[in-house]
Ligand binder design. Structure first.
Ligand SMILES: O=P(O)(O)OC[C@H]1O[C@H](O)[C@H](O)[C@@H](O)[C@@H]1O
Length: 277
């Protein structure tokens, strides 16, 4: 398959652009952060990127697919450690780009897998596969001689037509609601959004669809133990300097998460994966 790949700079961040028969995608090497995926079958951008996102090579990019690792949100024991770990705030490099008849595969490696709050012998690889669908896989290999605790998320910001028109299908079971602090026993049906949501759904469903104004985005995930749904709504958006005040209307995060953390035995791999189409 004919693939073109180029690297250009956006402010202080290098962006790898991939274009093949089936889709185009862009990956910021700061954070190994996929910021765009457009399948050619319909030309519709699947990922939301904030108009105010910072590309300064220091700040986590608002939008796309932040790679959260080795924990999700606040560290369970130390709230002073960075939210969502430290991989989204560091420079990665491209290890390889390969092709089959169906897709282009980019393998990326982080500069350093140790950081504040985490010192273990591990290997981390992000594999981004661009074809009719986008598949992002975060692979952790435990090279330590004991089990280690790993958490994280593929924190996907989906581009939607308008938040008022969104319906989410496929999510079921209980969730902990970070906005109210309560554990709810059942996911809403129909699942629509009419205010701030920050929910950890503890049933690791494999397939979710998000419909907005008749446009359907399909998600498939594996290796997760929860699905997070997040929309900051209007008040919180106003407090975020890298988010337009009305940005919440065009985005919805549906995240394949490992929250709570899992024990990864010595010598084993943990593969957290999400497919978007
Ligand atoms: O602002 P960030 O650190 O990127 O986090 C953005 C959001 O990520 C997740 O969805 C969390 O559940 C939220 O509590 C958090 O606000």
């Amino acid at each position: 398959m004919q693939t073109s790949h180029t690297i250009t700079a956006r402010d202080d961040v290098d962006i790898l652009s991939i274009d093949n028969q089936y889709a185009s995608a862009r990956i910021a090497l700061f954070g190994a952060h996929v910021i765009s995926f457009v399948p050619k079958k319909d030309g519709r951008e699947r990922l939301w990127l904030s108009d105010c996102a910072r590309f300064d090579g220091k700040t986590a990019i608002r939008g796309g697919i932040p790679v959260c690792w080795p924990w999700f949100a606040a560290h369970p024991d130390n709230p002073d450690l960075p939210s969502h770990g430290f991989l989204r705030n560091q420079q990665w490099h491209v290890d390889s780009i390969s092709e089959t008849a169906e897709s282009t595969t980019v393998r990326l490696l982080p500069g350093d897998v140790n950081g504040p709050g985490f010192h273990h012998a591990v290997e981390v690889t992000l594999v981004v596969d661009i074809g009719k669908q986008l598949t992002v896989s975060l692979i952790t290999h435990n090279r330590d001689n004991e089990a280690i605790l790993i958490g994280g998320a593929l924190h996907s910001y989906l581009a939607i037509n308008d938040i008022d028109s969104v319906t989410i299908d496929g999510i079921e079971g209980p969730y902990s609601d970070k906005v109210s602090g309560l554990v709810q026993q059942d996911s809403p049906r129909p699942y629509q959004i009419s205010g701030e949501v920050d929910r950890i759904h503890t049933s690791p469903v494999p397939a979710v669809t998000v419909t907005s104004a008749g446009e359907i985005t399909h998600l498939h995930q594996s290796g997760h133990n929860s699905v997070v749904v997040w929309n900051p709504w209007v008040e919180k958006s106003r407090t975020m300097t890298d988010m337009p005040d009305d940005g919440y209307r065009q985005m919805l995060c549906v995240e394949a998460a490992i929250a709570p953390m899992l024990s990864l035995p010595a010598g084993e791999n943990l593969v957290l994966s999400q497919r978007i189409g």
